[in-house]
Design a protein around this ligand. Structure first.
Ligand code: FAD
Length: 460
C-alpha cells in the first residue's frame, strides 16, 4: 500500500474545491488532521464565537467524511509538533495543506517545510495574495487599483469536484474527542441566539448560496439597509472555508447586472485584506500610519475608558443604531456591514478609544472573525490604514440611521424603544426613552472633541 498523505485542515473545512484534499486523495490513503493550536496566534487565538462555529464545522465535516468512510484526526497543541507526530505514527511522508496567510500560520508552514515534504495549495482566495502586481512589480497597497487588476484575471479557476475516492489508512492514528475540547459555552450558555441564527457546514453554505443566487440582483440597493436581509451572509462560511470564493463566483457570474458587479467587488475586498496582511503581518494589531497613538484616550495617561468601552460592548450608548448593532453582534455573532462601520466609527471617534480594543471585541464575538478582514476594516474606519477613510470624516450615527431606514432593525434589537414611531426611534427625546439610556455624549460635542484631538496630535 502507498504511504498515507496527511491533509492539514485549518480554515478550509470542505470536501469540494479543496485542492489539498483532492491532491492527497489522488496520491494515496488520506489522513485529514485538525490541530487546535491555542498558543500559535497569541492574542488572536480563536474567540468565543469562532470556537462555537469551529465545533459545529468540524462536526459537520467529520460527518461528511464518515459517510465517505473517513474521519478527521483531532489533536491539540503546537500544530507543527502534532502534525509531525501524526506523520510519524502513520508513516506519512507528505503533508498537503491550503496555504494560509495569518502570520502565525506562515511561521508554522515555514517550520513544517524544514522537517517534512509540505505541499501547499491555493484555494481560499480568488487569486493568491501577491499574484496581481503593479507595473513596477510590487504588490498593490491600495484597494481600487488592486481590484481593477484582479478583475482582469477573473473568473477564477473552475472549482474542483470532491475527490472520487478518499481511501483510509490501514490504521488510524489516535484522535481527541471533539467534545473534550469544550469549544461550546456551557456556564453560561450564551450561544442560544447564534444557534438560532446559523446553520453551519458545507451543505448549509451551499444552501445559502443557492438562495442568494435569486437575491444578488438586488444587492446594490439592499446591502446598505440594516432592516432588510440584503446581503449574502456567506462571510462565516467563506471564512471557515466551508465554501470557496471560486464556487461563489462561478455560481453567480452568469447573473450579470449591477447587483452582481457590486457583490464581486466585496468579494475582492476579502482578497485585498489578505494582500495587506501578507505585506504587513501586524496589521490587525497596530496602526499602519504613525502619529495616531495620542488621539485615543489612554489608560496609561490617566484616562478612564473602561466604562465607556463596556457601554459600547453591551449596546448601552444611548445611540439606538449603535446599540442595535452591538446587540446584534452579541446575540447572533454577526453584524450588518453598514452597522459595523457605524459602531466602529463611534468607538474610535465619538468615544476616542483606540481601534485595537474594538478589533479585539469583534474578534471575540464574530463568527466570521478574520485576522485580515477585521484588521483592514478597523484601520479603514479609523483612518490609520494603508488605504482608509480619513480620520476627520466622522460618521453621524443618527443621520446614518434615518438615511438607511434602520427603524425596524432597531426595533428588533433594542426592544425598550420598539414602540416608538419611525420618526422618534432614531434619536428618541429624553422623555421617550424610559429605561433606555440617554446618549453618552452628544454628537456635536463628540465630533468637536475628536477633531480637536486630531489637530493636537498633528501639532505635536
Ligand atoms: P456581503 O455583503 O454579502 O459580501 C460578500 C462577501 O464579501 C462577504 O461574505 C465577505 O467575505 C466579503 N466582504 C464583504 N465586505 C467586505 C469587507 N469590507 N472586507 C472584507 N471582506 C468583505 N468581514 C469578515 O469576513 N470578517 C471580519 O472579521 C470582518 N470584520 C469587520 C470589521 C469592521 C469594523 C467592518 C466595518 C467590516 C468587517 N468585515 C469583516 C467586512 C464586512 O462587514 C463583512 O464581510 C460582511 O458584513 C459579511 O456579511 P455578508 O457575508 O452578508 O457580506
Amino acid at each position: 500500500m502507498t504511504s498515507p498523505q496527511i491533509v492539514w485542515l485549518r480554515r478550509d473545512l470542505r470536501l469540494a474545491d479543496q485542492p489539498a484534499l483532492y491532491a492527497a486523495a489522488q496520491a494515496g490513503p488520506v489522513i485529514p488532521v485538525y490541530v487546535l493550536d491555542d498558543d500559535a496566534a497569541g492574542d488572536h487565538a480563536y474567540g468565543g464565537a469562532s470556537r462555537w462555529w469551529l465545533h459545529h464545522s468540524l462536526e459537520s465535516l467529520g460527518n461528511s467524511l464518515a459517510r465517505r468512510h473517513s474521519q478527521i484526526v483531532l489533536r491539540r497543541g503546537d500544530a507543527v509538533e502534532q502534525l509531525l507526530k501524526v506523520a510519524e505514527e502513520a508513516g506519512a511522508s507528505c503533508i498537503h495543506a491550503i496555504r494560509h496567510y495569518e502570520p502565525w500560520w506562515r511561521k508554522a508552514q515555514g517550520r513544517l517545510k524544514d522537517s517534512i515534504e509540505l505541499c501547499l495549495h491555493d484555494g481560499n482566495y480568488l487569486l493568491p495574495p501577491g499574484a496581481v502586481r503593479t507595473g513596477a512589480g510590487t504588490p498593490y497597497k491600495i484597494y481600487t487599483p488592486f481590484s481593477k487588476s484582479l478583475l482582469d484575471h477573473m473568473p477564477p479557476n473552475d472549482p474542483m469536484p470532491e475527490p472520487e475516492t478518499i481511501s483510509s489508512p490501514e490504521k488510524w492514528p489516535q484522535s481527541d474527542s471533539l467534545d473534550d475540547w469544550q469549544l461550546l459555552p456551557t456556564k453560561p450558555d450564551w450561544a442560544g441566539g447564534i444557534r438560532e441564527f446559523w446553520r453551519v457546514g458545507e451543505a448549509a453554505a451551499h444552501e445559502r448560496l443557492a438562495e442568494w443566487e435569486d437575491e444578488v440582483a438586488d444587492y446594490d440597493d439592499a446591502r446598505n439597509l440594516p432592516s432588510v436581509d440584503g446581503s449574502s451572509r456567506l462571510s462565516p462560511h467563506l471564512h471557515w472555508g466551508e465554501i470557496s470564493p471560486a464556487q461563489v463566483w462561478h455560481a453567480l457570474d452568469g447573473r450579470r447586472g449591477k447587483g452582481w458587479e457590486v457583490y464581486a467587488k466585496e468579494l475582492i475586498w476579502r482578497d485585498y485584506a489578505q494582500n495587506v496582511i501578507c505585506q504587513t503581518p501586524d496589521y490587525a494589531k497596530q496602526s499602519y500610519r504613525d502619529g495616531y497613538a495620542d488621539i485615543w484616550r489612554n489608560p496609561n495617561r490617566g484616562h478612564l475608558i473602561a466604562e465607556d468601552l463596556q457601554a459600547w460592548q453591551r449596546g448601552l450608548t444611548g445611540y439606538p443604531i449603535v446599540d442595535a448593532g452591538m446587540r446584534e453582534l452579541w446575540q447572533t455573532g454577526w453584524m450588518h456591514n453598514r452597522v459595523r462601520m457605524i459602531t466602529a466609527s463611534f468607538l474610535v471617534k465619538h468615544l476616542l478609544i483606540d481601534w485595537t480594543h474594538g478589533e479585539q471585541w469583534f474578534w471575540d464575538c464574530l463568527v466570521d472573525a478574520d485576522y485580515g478582514s477585521n484588521g483592514v476594516n478597523w484601520q479603514w474606519t479609523s483612518g490609520t490604514g494603508v488605504d482608509s477613510n480619513m480620520f476627520v470624516r466622522i460618521m453621524a450615527p443618527l443621520t446614518q440611521s434615518s438615511k438607511f431606514d434602520a427603524a425596524d432593525y432597531i426595533r428588533e434589537y433594542v426592544p425598550e424603544i420598539s414602540h416608538l414611531s419611525d420618526d422618534d426611534i432614531h434619536d428618541p427625546a429624553d422623555e421617550l426613552r424610559g429605561d433606555y439610556p440617554v446618549k453618552m455624549i452628544a454628537h456635536r460635542e463628540a465630533r468637536e472633541r475628536a477633531l480637536a484631538a486630531y489637530r493636537q496630535s498633528r501639532n505635536g
